[in-house]
Design a protein. Sequence first.
Length: 323
Amino acid sequence: MRREPGSPDRSGPGPEQGPDTGPDALAPDAARALDGFLRHLELERGRSANTVRAYRGDLTGLLTGLPSLASLDLAHLREWLSSAHGSGLGRATLARRAAAARTFTAWLSRGGLLATDPGARLTSPRPHRTLPEVLRADQAEELLDAAGSGAAEGDPQNLRDLLLLELLYATGVRIGELCGLDVDDVDDGRRTVRVLGKGNKERTVVYGAPASTALRRWLAEGRPVLARPDSPPALLLGVRGRRLDPRVARGVVHRAVAAVPGAPDIGPHGLRHAAATHLLDGGADLRYVQELLGHATLSTTQLYTHVTPDRLKVVHEQAHPRA
């Protein structure tokens, strides 16, 4: 059986922290405040492990070097962002760090750990709203046809990869959501998938006949070959019988897209964009696409989609009384 490129033996460690940037470098009261805030994010606000990890990294850098928590003021916040800008970080990263700092200082102020909220006056550059390249419908069709040809001979990895691509494009789920699915989360009779999204919010998404066919073949011919007695109930498995790592899944998508002539270099998120865009081009309601993608606001869904001028013209002609 071939080895998956990039397939890890086990979950690797997180980003390395140098001796001057780890939690031990923080003042004791700052370290206690940070731990309390991260517990608040996880337990009270239901933030994911990835989100909590990102906050920890950003705020550890913010608090490093402060003699005490009381030293956290607007001047320090601005100096911290200025230093990050000088190191070459992009506008989106700077905006994210500023948002993390404002959330943290607001929590400190509400809890009486700071007399005032210095983050309330902190500004940051707005990230550029750039739409990613998206596959055309014919390119998506070619991508899935090629994956189907690769799975025709019944190789278990090819069967799994076909299902992975079909479900990503059919449902628009995030790659982490897909790799987190268990077999019992899929109801093939109804062609629905129960997805646990950001903030532990559950939603149900639907898929069509091609994904259903790929699912049945994978469960009958592919998964039993890769599964081991100690395998988890994961829908998608790696070559060692463990839950498929999202990094391996991203590699599957990149390699599949690279084989399509003229296709943009996209990963799993690009298929998510394509799914939303093609649904809208086909006449789907924006609210439905919002529900499918698991977005909290409609404005976020609009940023994820490319509505072509031709589609806008058709909608206008159909809906406007003076079109």
